[in-house]
Design a binder for this molecule. Sequence first.
Ligand code: EPZ
Length: 418
Amino acid sequence: MYGLNGIKITGGIPLQGEVQIQGSKNAALPMMAAALLNRGTTVLLGCPKISDVFLMEHILNHLGAKTCWKGNTLEIHGGDITTFTVDEEAGSQMRSSVVLLGSLLGRCQSAAVPYPGGCVIGKRPIDLHLDALKRLGAVFREENGMLIAETCGLQGAVISFPKSSVGATQNAILGAVCASGESLLLGCSKEPEVTWLCRFLKAAGAHILGEGTDTLRIRGVRELHDVEFQIPADRIAAGTYVCASAITRGEGVLLGAPIGEMEALLWAYGKIGGQYRYNSGKLTLHSLNATKPVQLLETQIYPGFPTDLQSVFMAVLATAEGDSCIVENIFEDRFKMVSQLQKMGALIEVCQSKAKIRGNSLTGARVEAQELRGGAALVLAGLAARGETYVENRHFIERGYEDICRDLSHMGARILKD
Ligand code: EPZ
């Protein structure tokens, strides 16, 4: 199999060994956007070196912010913002550039962002973002494919979200923390990445009450001050490596896994026969008996089973001894990797938001990653498959995993970039 920006895996090896869990992609990105609200220095410790972070860094540099890395520490100097227009080429590659709306409006009273791109997992509209920011006093228009936002100064408001949205909640928070007056946000997403953003903002001087709940009270401040903040561990990367242990019926020790944010995944891991114990920062896995199917697994908003682990858990269930069913309730098109798993012998039938999976043994094949978490699922399937698997389009996986080959090699996998 030839080099094509891919990953080559030799399957059939039960994993073991230790892996350190990286910093959270979905916590880091909004904190980087929030750094625009501080004219001084923001220091993010334990920042994951992934392409989405480098892309956001490029966007911040283009806006005039200075950045520098020292190991996994990212320093952002927000003093000289020279434009409020997000670089179109970079911004359109990554959906999370849309949260720059809130921080640019708070800093510059204007923002111009390209309509957000991102993974192919669904339409991914931004109506909830726009409605929330309009409530704070922003007006929007479209010009040559760019979304232009303006305000004569954001004002505190009551914002009620009709449905849970991580990004829209984060955008509203970023708009409210430096607005004048009080804001009340109802129906907020309770995903850990929202709670962590609130903790970060409070450490930088914001006045926020209610983090971790669906109701946030925010009193605007003039601007944020310098802060040094430890980015939390990535619960989705940790869940991915739990599934890697499970699919190979191996063992494994995860260091620094955010166990308190992984209850739904660990419940599912126990359902299939996985056993684990946790002490002093070590999550020890025993997956010898992780062979059972799950009659029904539904993705839900936090603290339910995370949509971001649906694909990788499907790969595990594709090797179970029996029939399982997964229902994807968050995104309308998140079964993209099924056709690729079927190339490896997976017996999966999809009907709208439901996937029926009959456990089977998998055989190595050449498959194509088409988005971040589906790509990770294909790598995991390769760990269990007989023979060699080649996963093309490694760049999708590198959006969210610092080095999946390094991490899985630490767990004993035969895997390499090719
Ligand atoms: C965040 O995306 C994450 N991305 C996603 O992770 C994650 O899957 C998702 O939250 C759900 O947990 C980042 O944090 C960068 P949403 P986001 O707004 O904010 C609909 C990964 O793999 N919706 O909570 O875009 C939307 O279409 C990525 O790391 C609207 O209808 O997710 C979806 O069906 C993939 N209107 C649902 O809400 C809006 O204005 C949840 O989306 C916004 C969203």
